[in-house]
Write a protein that binds this ligand. Structure first.
Ligand code: SAM
Length: 239
């Protein structure tokens, strides 16, 4: 792994990574490669692309100071651990929960966490089901999610996990502008208020316009939400 590319990219984002974090990134990449040889875990990218698209992209909330020390964070639809794993590697103080509907990805994450010496909770479930459990409903300071669904659907998959006063951070691309009306309406129904859309550029990659959609949890999510598994995607609120 090109540690220099990762370290300098992070520094340009205002994020310092110590030697242990850099070693853990390197080990995580090796574990990803190992698994990718036997299962379809994540798209195979060149090393530099992986650093840019996965590691630096995932770290964006840290350059905006959005995660308080010891914050309880859930990564909804984490896949192979993005953005949750880079965030945890950089900030092992976070109390991270990795949620995904696919068991093979959760199994991979459990193995990776053990081998990296990191502790976190893993949860094999649909977001719609997990958010109805008292131990997860409105229990998180922050929910993060990347590449899982459209913005209005994401509001329903994320906001029910967030405590009042907490924050939802959805990683989005340039198409977000067209989704904003529905995303605002959906947030309103779910006890949220869209705060802002902030730029999340990847250093040296001006070809990618990435943003974070920030939604504050200003009220309680009504009991009717999230709707049953699949419905938030098929009939997004606010559309
Ligand atoms: N967040 C990762 C990333 O950015 O690389 C993975 C993105 S992948 C395209 C979408 C992931 O979301 C898949 O692993 C899928 O199983 C998971 N997913 C989709 N809908 C979900 C739901 N309703 N509940 C839990 N996981 C879900």
């Amino acid at each position: 792994m090109n540690k220099e590319r990762l370290k300098s990219g992070l520094l340009r984002m205002g994020i310092e990574a110590d030697a242990l974090a850099m070693d853990r990134f390197e080990a995580f990449h090796a574990i990803l490669d190992e698994y990718n040889q036997r299962m379809d875990l994540t798209a195979v990218l060149s090393e530099d692309e992986r650093i840019d698209r996965h590691d630096l992209d995932s770290a964006a909330p840290l350059s905006h100071g959005l995660l308080a020390p010891g914050a309880r964070v859930i990564d909804v639809g984490t896949g192979a651990g993005f953005p949750g794993m880079p965030l945890l590697i950089l900030r092992p103080d976070l109390r991270m929960t990795f949620l995904d509907a696919l068991q093979k990805r959760i199994g991979f994450l459990q193995d990776a966490l053990a081998r990296l010496g990191l502790s976190a909770q893993t949860l094999h479930a649909r977001a719609e089901d997990a958010a109805r459990l008292p131990e997860h409903r409105e229990q998180y300071d922050v929910a993060v999610s990347r590449a899982v669904a459209g913005a209005a659907t994401l509001q329903e998959l994320m906001l029910p996990f967030v405590r009042q006063g907490g924050l939802s951070i959805a990683f989005k691309g340039p198409g977000l502008a067209q989704e904003m009306t529905a995303a605002r309406r959906a947030a309103f129904v779910l006890g949220g208020t869209v705060r802002a859309v902030v730029d999340a550029p990847i250093p040296g990659r001006e070809d990618w316009a990435h943003v974070l959609l920030l939604t504050d949890k200003t009220g309680q999510t009504p009991k009717a939400y999230p709707r049953r598994a699949g419905t938030p995607g098929k009939k997004p609120l606010g559309t």
